[in-house]
Ligand binder design. Structure first.
Ligand SMILES: [Zn+2]
Length: 95
């Protein structure tokens, strides 16, 4: 399966240079609480950085895998946030 060529958003040139995966702020908190699998999911969903060779525009694209992982990741985050919130609430209102 061949993915479509990466296109510059400014000048529509497909002559772009891949700068590599963008690593944002490392999720140290989630890593400590939920383990390595969670952090791996987060890193997989990070976008790829590109620079256009024609006009110098820098932009980011997600790979199809990153897009899929991201859609798995968002409900997972909500699940953990809600579970964590309910846990705190049950501690606060414990008699
Ligand atoms: Zn360009």
């Amino acid at each position: 399966m061949k993915s479509p060529p990466i296109e510059c958003p400014a000048c529509r040139s497909t002559d772009v240079h891949a700068c590599g995966k963008r690593y944002g702020l490392y999720p140290a908190g989630p890593l400590a609480i939920f383990g390595v699998a969670f952090a791996m999911l987060h890193q997989t969903s990070r976008p790829f950085d590109y620079r256009c060779k024609t006009c110098g525009q820098e932009f980011a694209r997600r790979t199809p895998i990153a897009r899929v992982v991201r859609w798995l990741f968002i409900p997972l985050v909500w699940f953990f946030v809600i579970a964590f919130g309910l846990g705190i609430l049950s501690l606060l209102f414990r008699r």
